[in-house]
Design a protein around this ligand. Structure first.
Ligand code: HEM
Length: 590
């Protein structure tokens, strides 16, 4: 080898090493900039008040406040920040990315209502929602969302809801019979309330959204119920963090939905961190299989109705209404939902309309179990008619004479009847206020702009802190964190209550929950189970059928904690499922 070639090899080696060192230094600098320099020394929002950890703690530098949020009770870590720092808060999350939390009505209005198109759900959130609840209304934004929402609104209107309410009652009767049966033969009177609520709400959403009889109350192992049960068991802060990490990798959301990964899902079981992902993929696949059958049944029925001369009746469940609307293209906007998009909506209704309502009901029963005085007041509010009738037989028979013809036609209470029971309304709204089933949502700035006088750069994430706003003392008064249904009768006494801004359980603006009224009516129907069919009335006659006007879950059963000193708390995941315990003791009233 000549001296020249040795020199040139050495030179090339040196160059390669120099380039390697330079690249490593640049990567290191980029990491240092992203994790230390930008968030704490350069970011325009670095001086906004908020929690701060030690910059020498590598875990804090890497993950910021995220572990604290995920370990804590849903929404409570953020509530403590609000107490300490006020209504404009900044916190650093994983990888040095800042989050802003605004509580003022003007800021929340800007992000959710007036400038909503500029503040969409961030892509990692759309992907998580898309994977578990379909790439339907929950994941679109802007014009696509406007058109889709306009097309779907009529199926959720009050007239449609009124036509669906009677469908609630079969699952509710079944639920009461099951509880009574279990108490009678009894292995004890302590129940997993969440499991029961999850089954009854799944059966109700299947009937009202698709006219599909799931009957998970009698067949808890049926394909759909079992898949949801397993999916919901995976809900934990840790699994949510893993899912966020996975879907943030380029191409992963598509891969997770692919047939290929479904066929090779057993590979994932070999890594303990990915086991939950493998279960999720399997469950979603099963849910999609049932959903596709639901959709093809709805299509077949609508086609049969359209081609028959009124021998078949048009069904009133949400999906049938959508299929009929698509056939008629009656909204005149030229928008036509594709088959695959209809399929995504089936997943969305199942995903968004089942677990949320189950969680709302479970927390309401827990709050009633731990506030016996409110429980008996609610029972009193539901029963005065009964009591009056029981103690005044002459009024009873007179009333029955007037009621029976109506009752014969409408044996179960409709939307208006449920709405007229004032204290029931207070209890449901108060429970949804202090224990909102979706405790928080997220948005991302699509533009740089001032909000509440602070310059917020494009890309900043926002915590829409539903539970914090719902229980903020500045809006609701000193007792804001307490469960006190009476406040709903005296809202004018709250210091700064605003009907649009102080309660964000279903959020505000164009993305507000399309199922809000459906969920509230359903919760009331389950809690207040009214049964008005028989000819003879005796107060609290539980063994025989309930007679006359109101027989109610709350009137049927007394709820209490399963044992003295029992506590529970909500997980910091997407919805507020109960962590540790969802046992509640249920006693028949006598
Ligand atoms: C107590 C029960 C419920 C609660 C607390 C609840 C809460 C919410 C919240 C907070 C959002 C906004 C999410 C966001 O934009 O980040 C939302 C959206 C939505 N919810 Fe609900 N929900 C409930 C029941 C239902 C039911 C029964 C259905 C339907 C069958 C439903 C369907 C939807 C849909 C489709 C959206 C997306 C709306 C849009 O972006 O236009 N929800 N819900």
């Amino acid at each position: 080898m000549t001296q020249l070639s040795v020199q040139s090899i050495l030179q090339t080696d040196l160059n390669a090493r120099t380039v390697g060192i330079a690249v490593s230094a640049l990567v290191l600098l980029a990491i240092v900039y992203q994790l230390w320099l930008y968030p704490y020394f350069f970011s325009p929002i670095r001086k906004v008040p908020g929690p701060k950890g030690s910059l020498l703690d590598w875990r804090y530098v890497l993950f910021g406040e995220f572990p604290k949020i995920m370990r804590g009770e849903a929404g409570i870590v953020q509530r403590e920040w609000a107490k300490e720092y006020g209504t404009i808060i900044r916190a650093v999350g994983p990888f040095g990315i800042s989050r802003m939390m605004f509580l003022s009505p003007t800021a929340v209005h800007k992000v959710l209502v007036s400038d909503w198109v500029e503040y969409p759900r961030p892509s990692f959130m759309r992907n998580i929602l898309g994977i578990v609840a379909g790439y339907g209304l929950l994941t679109v934004t802007g014009d696509e969302h406007r058109q889709m929402r306009r097309f779907m609104n009529p199926a959720f209107s009050i007239p449609s809801l009124s036509a669906q309410t009677h469908m609630y009652y079969k699952p509710i009767y079944d639920l009461v019979d099951i509880i009574k049966g279990k108490i009678k033969d009894t292995s004890g009177n302590v129940f997993h309330v969440y499991d029961l609520m999850s089954m009854v709400t799944l059966d109700i959403i299947c009937l009202t959204a698709f006219g599909y009889e799931c009957d998970s109350l009698h067949n808890p192992k049926n394909e759909l119920a079992d898949a949801y049960h397993k999916l919901l068991d995976l809900q934990s802060g840790q699994n949510l963090a893993r899912l966020i990490a996975v879907v943030s990798l380029p191409g992963m959301p598509k891969l997770i939905k692919s047939e290929w990964l479904y066929n090779h899902r057993h590979w994932l079981r070999n890594w303990s961190h990915l086991k939950a992902l493998s279960i999720m993929i399997e469950c979603m696949h099963r849910i999609e299989r049932v959903s596709s059958k639901i959709l093809s049944d709805a299509n077949a029925h609508a086609t049969a109705v359209a081609s028959s001369d009124s021998t078949l009746k048009g069904k009133k469940d949400v999906m049938s209404l959508l299929v009929q609307a698509r056939m008629n293209e009656s909204d005149g906007s030229g928008y036509k939902m594709s088959d695959s998009m209809m399929m995504q909506q089936v997943l969305t209704f199942l995903g968004a309309g089942h677990e949320t309502t189950a969680s709302g009901l479970t927390w309401t029963l827990w709050l009633l179990a731990t506030h016996p005085e409110i429980q008996s007041k609610l029972r009193g509010a539901l029963l005065p008619t009964l009591w009056l009738l029981a103690t005044h037989p002459e009024i009873q028979s007179k009333l029955r004479g007037a009621l029976l013809p109506v009752i014969a036609e409408h044996p179960n209470p409709d939307v208006r009847t449920l709405k007229s029971i004032e204290y029931l309304d207070y209890v449901v709204m108060e429970s949804l206020r202090v224990m909102p089933p979706v405790p928080m949502t997220i948005r991302q700035a699509g533009k740089s702009d001032f909000i509440d006088g602070v310059w917020i750069p494009k890309g900043t994430l926002f915590y829409i802190a539903i539970r914090v706003i719902n229980t903020y003392k500045g809006f609701w008064g000193e007792d804001a964190e307490e469960f006190r249904p009476e406040r709903w009768g005296k809202l004018n006494e709250a210091p700064a209550y605003h009907p649009l801004h102080s309660l964000q359980t279903f959020i505000n603006g164009p993305h507000h929950c399309i199922g809000k009224t459906m969920a509230i009516v359903e919760m009331k129907a389950v809690l207040a189970y009214v049964h008005a069919t028989a000819s003879h009335f005796s107060l609290l006659d539980h063994e025989t059928h309930f007679d006359s006007v109101f027989s109610i879950i709350i009137a049927n059963f007394e709820f209490a904690p399963a044992y003295v000193g029992q506590t529970t708390r909500p997980t910091a995941a997407v919805t507020m499922s109960m962590l540790f315990y969802n046992l509640v003791s249920v006693k028949p009233l006598d």
